[in-house]
Design a protein around this ligand. Structure first.
Ligand SMILES: *[C@@H]1O[C@H](CO)[C@@H](O)[C@H](O)[C@H]1NC(C)=O
Length: 552
């Protein structure tokens, strides 16, 4: 009887133990299914749970994982970690690549439309007089386009505009004084007096201000838009540290090894892992936000006083106004020129005075309906409103990435979650964002003394762009200040050697000549138009330059 009871008890224990083992073996079946659904070989998974002391990342004790599986799951966690960040980043990249295209296209289209509109209007208004001189205006638009594409290093706007008006004056001056003959030195004298004579009234001054602001703003803004996808791409592809991959593996796949395939990590656990993994990225946020704020401020300028559309659209009317002014002032202008540059010789070929027929039609107001419109009827305001939304939305992108990742399906709701060792509440404090806050991150080891170089570089790039945007906000182009260094000709700064001093003096001495006369570009384009007058001035400059070192 005694033995029978003992046997029964014994049998009971055996059955219970067998049931427990049976239960755990079943769990490994779930692991097998989950593991193979990830694309791994089902035969890697043991049929029954084994003791996990051999594992590197996951807890000891019962486990369905082998070392080999742990390594494969580590690779998997690396890509699992990357996926949501890449997804969010590429959305941001696409958004701004598109917005850049919209703006760029829009600005280029406005330029083309302005040129076409001017051409049509001037053909109607000035007829053959315009057609004969059309290349002057073609060049004007060509230079504006070149400035928009390549910036101040390629085209100096002030000089370009001064040259344009001087050239226009020269041509108009000849047209309104056909009864006289003018030599090249005489015309040099005329163009030197352009500023003084103000033959075009206030138009050149106003237009210079408006064009400069609008072009600097448009160009810098599109540069800023193009920078976004570039920075996002570089920053988001920074690879995860080994410690981060390890922490992600533990968070994402150790529940597998313990047989709890459906168990999701606790939200705060996820946050700590992600903040550790994205510590460097989060440090981008300050400059990123500064940059976005500068973009937003410039966007407001684009809507207001620096509106490219409202400067470019009526440019034909403005230039026509200038021509009208010159026509009206032609008598006084000519008299002043004759006083300053001498009485010109009359033409020998006796011809009827064509003075009155030089400019046949008076300017007629354009009809607004005849203006070409941009594709899809876009206008500046609509584009700016849309891009402002996107810019605001992109703020804090980097520092909020962990929160954006640790949501929904990726984490468990409530306390029934994987806390790294058990299905239990997560007790640790949540770390702040950024490198400095990771000193005591419980999951990811972060060397806070070694900021990531790629991200450092992008912080510097954002800083520089922000300063360009701020300058553009005040109407200044500083994008080429750095590039110019060492090129010598225009900058002159940054050269310490005495041999540079002479060039420097030659180009920067405030000679009473307009800059175009000494700029190398002008001399080459206008051939041998170095007149006796400017030769004297050039010599004076050279003398000054040579004397300068001795007088110091
Ligand atoms: C996870 O849960 C276990 C068991 O309740 C507990 O001992 C441990 O401290 C928890 N870990 C964290 C990080 O909260």
């Amino acid at each position: 009887m005694k033995t029978a009871v003992a046997f029964a008890v014994c049998a009971c224990v055996v059955i219970l133990v067998c049931a427990a083992v049976e239960q755990k073996s079943k769990n490994c079946n779930e692991v097998r299914t989950a593991y193979s659904s990830k694309g791994f070989n089902i035969n890697d998974v043991p049929n029954k749970g084994v003791h996990g002391a051999h594992l590197k990342v996951c807890p000891e004790g019962f486990s369905c994982c082998t070392l080999e599986m742990e390594e494969k799951l580590s690779q998997q966690s690396r890509s699992d970690l990357k996926a949501p960040v890449s997804q969010l980043s590429s959305n941001l990249q696409n958004t701004f690549t598109q917005r850049h295209q919209h703006f760029d296209q829009f600005f280029k289209e406005l330029l083309n439309n302005a040129e076409k509109s001017l051409h049509d209007m001037f053909v109607r208004t000035y007829g053959v007089m315009y057609v004969k001189n059309a290349e002057l205006f073609k060049h004007f638009f060509h230079e504006l386009r070149r400035y928009y594409a390549s910036g101040g290093a390629a085209v100096h706007l002030d000089t370009m505009l001064a040259d344009f008006w001087a050239e226009l004056l020269e041509r108009m001056f000849r047209l309104v004084n056909v009864q006289y003959e003018f030599t090249d030195p005489y015309m040099e004298c005329v163009s030197r007096h352009t500023e003084q004579l103000k033959p075009f009234g206030d138009v050149p001054r106003k237009l210079r201000l408006q064009l400069t602001r609008a072009f600097v703003a448009a160009r810098t803004f599109t540069l800023g838009l193009a920078l976004v996808p570039d920075v996002v791409n570089k920053v988001s592809t920074v690879s995860a540290s080994p410690s981060c991959v390890r922490a992600a593996m533990k968070m994402l796949y150790c529940p597998y090894c313990t047989g709890q395939v459906a168990l999701k990590p606790c939200k705060n656990y996820c946050l700590n892992v992600m903040r550790g993994c994205l510590a460097n990225q989060a440090d981008l946020d300050t400059e990123w936000n500064n940059f976005l704020d500068a973009m937003l401020s410039l966007a407001e300028r684009l809507e207001g006083p620096f509106n490219f559309e409202s400067v470019m659209d009526p440019i034909d009317v403005k230039i026509s106004d200038a021509i009208m002014n010159m026509q009206e002032n032609s008598m006084q202008v000519s008299q002043k020129v004759f006083q300053g540059c001498g009485q010109p010789k009359p033409t020998f070929r006796s011809r009827r005075s064509t003075k009155d027929s030089s400019f046949p039609g008076r300017f007629r107001p354009y009809s607004p309906d005849a203006r070409p419109t941009t594709a899809a009827g876009t206008n500046m305001d609509r584009l700016v409103t849309d891009v402002k939304k996107k810019l605001k939305h992109a703020k804090k992108f980097w520092s909020t990435l962990p929160e954006t990742v640790c949501v929904g399906e990726r984490v468990a709701q409530g306390d029934e979650c994987w806390n790294g060792t058990a299905k239990s509440r997560y007790e640790s404090v949540v770390m702040g964002n950024g490198l400095a806050n990771q000193v005591s991150n419980p999951h990811v080891e972060v060397d806070i003394t070694k900021p990531d170089v790629v991200i450092r570089r992008q912080i510097a790039v954002l800083k520089e762009m922000t300063s360009w945007l701020k300058a553009a906000h005040s109407g200044n182009d500083i994008t080429f200040d750095n590039e110019e260094d060492g090129s010598g000709e225009e900058s002159g700064s940054g050269c310490d050697s005495p041999s540079c001093d002479n060039d420097d003096m030659y180009f920067s001495t405030p000679l009473p000549v307009k800059p175009s006369m000494v700029s190398p570009e002008k001399t080459s384009s206008s051939g041998v138009r170095l007149t006796s007058c400017s030769l004297v001035l050039a010599l004076a400059g050279l003398t000054l330059a040579l004397l300068a070192p001795h007088t110091r």
